[in-house]
Design a protein around this ligand. Structure first.
Ligand code: SF4
Length: 351
């Protein structure tokens, strides 16, 4: 089983409760099973009794995880730059569940949809290929903002859209299907000959930079996240932004912060003159409503709504929220929050 690669994590986390405050799902459900310790105890039980892998309560709990990775930096066992890889254990559990045929029908239905949705279409031409993932495509303000910024900078660009690049499949535990999707996307992208692949989705950036490499799928263009690319264009004098002079709370992306360790969002906000006001009572928590789990809002819509409502209720009056992902922005907007994505804020600040 895949979880056997994580024996050290299981052994460490099953008796440790030090990051319980960093499990966003546990904070809204108040279930101990929704914490890293609870999930490690489930893994430990399965390690000792593999026949328990199909236990419906176990399976349900593992697919409720928000996969934020917040405890990667705040793990009690944090040494030499990393803590115990509790996210890796969750993903291994999901793979074991899928490979043993215990995936819930709801999970199988979403995976089947992502497998059959690949229909890549490329429009335009230029030096940049902008990948519009399904979450970003569902938020036209963000895609329009990116187009506005690139046009202002005089950067000719093409777009590619039309399916899953494998990230959602991987997160759900469908590893081989995910690799197939990666190879199809890479073939479509590599055939364009374009040297820069631009993404607005932090999850897509993680997939293209990390997952593809791990799976041995060659992607020829350099992968850039929009916030960092915009900062670079400004440094080269191709873009000018007005100083915004207001305070906002940037809700750090799970993928940018905990998976990619990228601070490009903070750099963009500083460039725009936006005071980044800390959200909540500590900088350790994840306030993304399950961005790390990618499809949590489809698997457990009520849970995702609870996560978003908790964030919206804690927002300071008069202090807007800024997110990196369209996924989080849409959930928070539905919960009544004043929220924009980084791309939208950048477009509004153009001179
Ligand atoms: S991830 Fe670290 S802090 Fe959290 S339960 Fe495991 S050992 Fe403890």
């Amino acid at each position: 089983m895949q979880i056997n690669q994580f024996n050290e994590v299981i052994s460490a986390c099953r008796f440790c409760f030090m990051c319980r405050h960093l499990s966003a799902v546990g904070l809204v459900s108040c279930r101990e099973s929704d914490t890293p310790r609870g999930r490690a105890l489930i893994a430990d039980r399965i390690r000792m009794h593999p026949e328990e892998l199909g236990n419906p309560d176990f399976v349900d709990t593992i697919y409720r995880s928000d996969l934020s990775g917040a405890n990667r930096f705040h793990c009690d066992g944090y040494h030499d730059g990393s803590g115990y890889d509790e996210v890796g254990l969750q993903l291994a559990l999901r793979r074991d569940i899928v490979e043993a045929g215990f995936a819930p029908e709801s999970v199988k239905a979403i995976a089947a949809e992502f497998q059959s949705s690949e229909n890549w279409s490329i429009e335009g031409s230029g030096e940049v290929l902008y990948f519009i993932d399904p979450c970003t495509a569902a938020r036209p303000d963000t895609t329009a903002a990116v187009a506005k910024v690139l046009n202002r900078a005089g950067v000719p660009f093409a777009t590619i859209r039309g399916g899953c690049i494998g990230k959602a499949l991987a997160v759900l535990g469908f590893a081989s299907e995910a690799e197939t999707a990666m190879r199809k996307f890479a073939a479509a992208v590599n055939a364009t000959g374009i040297k820069t692949l631009l993404v607005s989705s932090p999850a897509a950036a993680d997939a293209l930079r990390n997952d593809f490499k791990t799976a041995g799928v060659e992607l020829k263009p350099e992968v850039r996240f929009t916030a960092g690319y915009f900062v670079e264009l400004a440094e080269k004098g191709k873009l000018r932004f007005s100083t915004r002079n207001f305070a906002a709370s940037y809700l750090a992306s799970d993928y940018l912060k905990n998976y990619l360790r990228c601070d490009c969002a903070e750099k963009l906000l500083a460039l725009l003159g936006i005071e980044n006001r800390q959200f909540g009572t500590n900088p350790e928590e994840s306030f993304t409503a399950g961005e790390g789990a990618l499809v949590l809002a489809r698997l457990h819509p009520e849970l995702a709504k609870q996560l978003a409502a908790r964030i919206a209720a804690r927002a300071e009056p008069g202090i807007p929220l800024i997110t990196a992902s369209a996924y989080t922005a849409d959930l928070l907007a539905a919960a009544g929050a004043d929220v924009s994505t980084l791309d939208e804020v950048a477009a509004e600040a153009l001179c």
